[in-house]
Design a protein around this ligand. Structure first.
Ligand code: ADP
Length: 490
């Protein structure tokens, strides 16, 4: 019989406690899928002020604990919670000094009430290592997610010099999006951790401006690096997608240490058959509810109520990465066909302004909702016909999978995980419409192909059904993580 492997997920986000994007969805779902195998995965994250402890009850595990950081002993309390509908334990670190400002990230400026994001997450990394013995749970692997946890593998190495119980712990670093790296003055960061430059294992990696790079630290100091799709694993070894880290990622010595494992989605949470966020449930075999949801959505958003009109939606960060600049360029084609456009998201100011203006000028056919709203997102996935994801790069992308789960046809640019999950519809094959480049003419052509399919009602419902019957659960990918964990602790 396989022995249980204990894996601690260190992360800045986890659905549904604190979510900004796909990172949260992965961290909130993969531990549940791993529980079906011989893996006990628990999560450790900050107790941000925005976490709703009425909705997610917490229990105190340890009080009066301290973390040494920035030349002081910082008082912290440790809490636990459970991921809803599961036995997955979440450790929450409470520190008013480091986790009470703003939301999860400081999006509008580097500083928030005198604190930097780098300082917040350097403290988090130090706290994870200092508090590890307090968990009273023997950790085999610390699985670090994105730059916010990038210092943990190096800190673990230092801790192992003085504490033999750290020696056997392995570390994995997962790249969710290489565009975010966390850079700051190296001397300042290392001093805040309480180390000298001589002790710190990868200090030599500072760049010529004297900055340390948290993502690079994670990549360099962990036993294994993963990313969230096979295509992205290849792409990040090239200058176009490597954001300056392509050289370290393409080193020969790293060949077997960088793997791409495609994300899944939590198919219990995203389930049109029992999703409390959507008014009418439906299944692949009975799509009537989807049509009523569509009319309800048009009503909720003040659009013309007509289920014969195709709805195109975009849900996500309004950023260059997501190809959002293309959206305002395709509206003529949409209006020529009497189609409707729904945008839910926040992001770059110029894109927020552009889409607001578009909605003001076309109130019956464009609706822009500039906020984060998980329930509305689900109603949009359910009520739409097409889901737009013309990303310039996309490590994995979850929106396209969630859309399919709700029977909505994705239109994607062939990059990263979108390339790995979506193929062009051709007869009875395929599950989306694929652009070969993030260019307006490619998007327009995909939309026109989509409208042709939509106009043939009989075959359209066959397509919707086919999308809903695909398996994008974590079943397959959790087995790949299982194998990876087993290979590290054998
Ligand atoms: P990324 O992680 O790059 O933002 P993904 O496609 O991997 O993109 O995941 C985005 C997740 O966040 C999806 O679950 C998507 O539905 C959700 N999301 C993004 N923006 C919003 C928003 N404004 N309101 C609600 N959910 C959102």
């Amino acid at each position: 019989m396989n022995r249980t492997i204990n894996v601690l997920f260190a992360s800045s986000e986890a659905t549904p406690l604190a979510k900004v994007g796909g990172l949260a969805d992965v961290v909130g779902a993969l531990p549940k899928a791993l529980a079906k195998h011989a893996i006990e995965a628990r999560i450790i994250m900050p107790l941000y002020k925005i976490i709703d402890t009425k909705k997610f009850p917490i229990t105190k595990l340890g009080a009066g604990l301290t973390v040494e950081f920035n030349s002081e002993k910082v008082n912290v309390d440790l809490y636990t919670a459970k991921l809803p509908n599961s036995e997955v334990m979440v450790y929450l670190i409470e520190s008013p000094k480091y986790f009470h400002q703003g939301a999860i990230y400081f999006e509008k400026s580097v500083y928030h009430e005198g604190l930097t994001e780098v300082s917040r997450f350097s403290f988090f990394a130090k706290a994870v290592i200092d508090l590890l013995p307090q968990l009273k749970w023997p950790v085999n692997i610390i699985h670090c997610h994105d730059w916010h946890t990038g210092l943990i593998p190096a800190l673990k190495k230092i801790a192992a010099d003085n504490n033999p119980s750290f020696k056997t712990i392995k570390t994995i670093y997962t790249i969710h999006n290489l565009a975010n790296q966390g850079k700051w003055n190296a001397a300042e960061v290392i001093r805040s951790l309480g180390y000298t430059e001589q002790v710190y294992p990868d200090f030599s990696l500072t760049d010529n401006q004297g900055n340390i790079n948290m993502a690079e630290q994670g990549i360099n100091s962990s036993a294994m690096v993963t990313t969230v799709s096979p295509t992205y694993a290849r792409e990040i070894t090239t200058p176009e997608y490597g954001f300056g880290l392509e050289n370290i990622l393409s080193q020969k010595s790293r060949e077997n240490k960088l793997v791409g494992i495609i994300n899944g989605i939590d198919t219990d949470h995203f389930n049109p058959e029992k999703d409390p966020a959507i008014p009418h449930s439906y299944t692949a075999n009975d799509l009537a509810g989807k049509i009523i949801n569509k009319a309800d959505l048009q009503k909720e958003l003040g659009l013309k109520i007509d289920v014969a009109v195709p709805i195109f939606s975009f849900i996500g960060r309004l950023m260059d990465q997501k190809g959002f600049d293309l959206i305002p360029l395709i509206t003529d084609q949409l209006f020529d066909h009497d189609a409707q456009l729904i945008v839910l998201g926040t992001g770059t100011e110029k894109y927020e302004a552009a889409v607001r203006k578009l909605a003001e000028n076309h109130p019956a056919s464009v609706k822009a909702i500039i906020k984060f709203d998980a329930g509305l997102a689900q109603r949009i996935y359910a009520g739409s016909d097409f889901f737009l994801m013309p990303s310039r790069f996309e490590p994995c992308g979850l929106g396209q999978m969630i859309a399919m789960r709700y029977g909505t046809l994705p239109i994607v640019n062939a990059t990263g995980g979108l390339r790995d999950t979506i193929t062009e519809i051709a007869g009875d094959e395929g599950n989306g419409l694929v652009m070969n480049n993030p260019e307006p003419k490619e998007l327009i052509s995909a939309i026109e192909r989509g409208l042709d399919l939509f106009s043939d009602k009989a075959s359209w419902s066959g397509i919707v059904k086919r999308l809903m019957l695909q398996d994008f659960s974590w079943n397959r990918s959790s087995l790949e993580y299982l194998k990876l964990y087993q290979s590290l602790v054998k």
